[in-house]
Design a protein around this ligand. Structure first.
Ligand SMILES: O=C(O)COc1ccc(-c2c[nH]c(CNC(=O)Nc3ncc(Sc4ccccn4)s3)n2)cc1
Length: 316
């Protein structure tokens, strides 16, 4: 499964950990990179000095490549751009916006840029900046989501650019990895699965909310405000749905801010925003990042091996 993108990024396995705000600290990113995937520090809305500490943690754990995910809505974005340049971060992923205006600075610093794109049009616009790959994130994902599902989005992005595509949204096992390859992707990004990694620092209650979730429990709120967010249903989502029904969008935005921190750091999974994707129903236990990667690769190899056996025996 060593794809050309693995070569470009310097990773052993085509598995990228989602750069989730508050959740993806240096401990998680370092463990994923050490295990041969691409660990990603989630800058979220944090100031540069906090992210500098997370970068130092990763560097104390492994020499392997890692990334910093820049959420472009952050009020600290300019100092974070300065930070990734000055700390010589090898790879930057971006989300929640168009990184166009930062590309010249990042590129001239030799940083590989991998943006999440919300449409084929944005993907095509960004290709002229010589980006390394794009992440096509389907709305099965947790957190802020776009309009399209992974199975429809990934092949259309793959058809519209000739650079590697990374599939994200609803992927957490070997079946999802192989499906992503068949859709035209060269790697997968997983967020929810890595929240339940042993090295992830999120509160135990947050991890248990994902482990206890069933297939339909990751619901969308905020569609009416134009900022849909997928979280595990709880008292907060019921309150937000009520505000939406009564057309109180502005109150909704206020409620949503800070609610992510309440869930991740304080473990308040009733009044907090438990951002997680639709694959939560398939996550049954907390295991190490190394084991997550090992199991996915082993399962994908077993599926291919059994397919080959059945082809040889004429059963397929
Ligand atoms: O064309 C344009 O300018 C718009 O471009 C884009 C628009 C949207 C996107 C997009 C959609 N999804 C993603 C990647 N996923 C995400 O960014 N998911 C997120 N979940 C939680 C987040 S943390 C947070 C905490 C508090 C408040 C707000 N956000 S960010 N990027 C990418 C590009």
């Amino acid at each position: 499964f060593y794809t050309p993108l693995c070569e470009k990024l310097g990773i052993r396995y085509p598995i990228i950990q989602g750069g989730m705000a508050w959740v993806a600290t240096g401990e998680l990113a370092g463990a994923v990179s050490k295990a041969g995937g691409l660990g990603v520090i989630g800058a979220g809305r944090a100031p540069a000095e906090e992210i500098a500490e997370e970068i130092d943690k990763v560097r104390s754990m492994t020499e392997n490549p890692f990334a910093v995910n820049l959420m472009l809505m952050s009020e600290h974005i300019d100092e974070l751009i300065d930070l990734v340049v000055s700390k010589e971060v090898p790879i930057v992923t971006t989300g929640a916006g168009n990184p166009g205006k930062y590309m010249e600075r990042l590129q001239s610093a030799g940083i590989k840029v991998v943006p999440v794109v919300s449409s084929a049009a944005l993907a095509r616009r960004l290709v002229r900046f010589d980006i390394t790959a794009v992440i096509a994130e389907g709305n099965e994902a947790g957190g802020h989501i776009g309009e399209m599902g992974t199975i429809a989005l990934v092949p259309q992005i793959a058809d519209s650019v000739d650079i590697p595509v990374i599939a994200a949204g609803g992927i957490a096992d070997g079946r999802g990895l192989l499906a992503a390859f068949h859709l035209g992707a060269q790697a997968v990004q997983m967020g929810t699965r890595f929240v339940c990694a042993a090295e992830c620092q999120a509160a135990g209650e947050y991890k248990n909310a994902i482990i206890d979730a069933r297939d339909r429990d990751a619901v969308v709120t905020g569609r009416s405000t134009g900022h849909p967010v997928r979280t595990i249903k709880n008292k907060l989502t019921r309150k937000l749905h009520k505000l939406e029904e009564n057309g109180k969008e502005d109150e909704l935005e206020r409620e949503a801010q800070g609610a992510l921190r309440r869930a991740v750091i304080e473990g308040d999974i009733e009044q907090g925003s438990v951002m997680a994707g639709q694959i939560s129903g398939m996550i049954e236990r907390e295991i190490s990042s190394e084991k997550i990667i090992e199991e996915i690769i082993a399962e994908a190899e077993e599926i291919l091996a059994s397919d080959c056996r059945e082809f040889r025996e004429g059963k397929k």
